[in-house]
Design a protein around this ligand. Sequence first.
Ligand SMILES: [Zn+2]
Length: 356
Amino acid sequence: MVVLYIIGAGSSRNYDKCVSPVPDLKPPINRDFFKMAKKIIDYYDMSHMYGPVDNLDHLMGELNRLYGHGQSQSDTTVLDDDRLNLEAVMTHFYLKSGILDADLPQALRASSLRTQTLNELLAYTLAESLMGPVCTKHIVLSERMEKGDVVWNFNYDLLMDNALYATKKLTDSGYVIRVDYTFVNGNWEKTRDDPSDVTLLKLHGSLNWLKCANCGLMLLLRNMKSVPALWTVIRDLPMETIQCPKCSSVKRVGLQRIIVPPSLVKSYGELQIRYLWKYAYSLTDIDRLVVIGFRFSEQDPELEMLLRTMVQKGHIAADVPIHIVNPRPKVVEKRFHSIFYRSEITNEPPGSFFRE
Ligand SMILES: [Zn+2]
């Protein structure tokens, strides 16, 4: 009996063990991403030239002008504007870079710098808002999983990873992608290829995956003495600690995060990410789907493409039983029914599913 778990942003939203000092911070979802980022930027006074997120002052200036809030590069009021959501703003800069700025010399292409700044702000905001011990709800979920089960995770965060790791159901091989070195308690170690009970496919990448653009090594940040310490390293990628073990490249010059930005215009240029999607597609003999905290975003049609193709090819039955864990399951249920038209679909609120 193989269960395929599909996990979306809603499953990280209820994390309640965050140790960040930033007041009223919650793990962001699309519509309140900038409101959460604002709390962090204001608390750490980040919107200036020497802040931890490169060119954040320029991004603030452009957002202020775009949404009619003036010219300031440090005033963060615009981030509370309800018109902003992460996917829309990310898509704006990707489109601008691909259309209006496409013929400019690289040095003048501000919009591509904006997408880099936004991606770094996304990593920073997620790491800050999820900094804390292993999530007990994800431990409950992890304990339900059995050998052979597969997770499709669309989140960049490590809540599922850390819970599976803590319950000894995930090894580094469980990510499927090639990893050369793993960062363990302050040192790089050759990644070990131990079999993993559960396969965790992070189809949009992960905050703890890095690629060295200089020498091509794939790196994994895994173990620190505590989970909060791991989050701090992932948030800051400190240059004195995180260097490529082969060529000593650091953040900004070589080391890059592997995340597929939440935008209508996505780039699947990263070989490892495409491999993950092909691996997901090749799965067969799935007996049940469990869908947790996932919604089909208007700007996220890939999952529907993947599932529909799998049904078409007979990799997954059109009547596979589906269980949806969501406080408002109706819309998600309808979308799943449009793909799996003969399935029996049940649902359950998160409170009962995650009961500890
Ligand atoms: Zn390198």
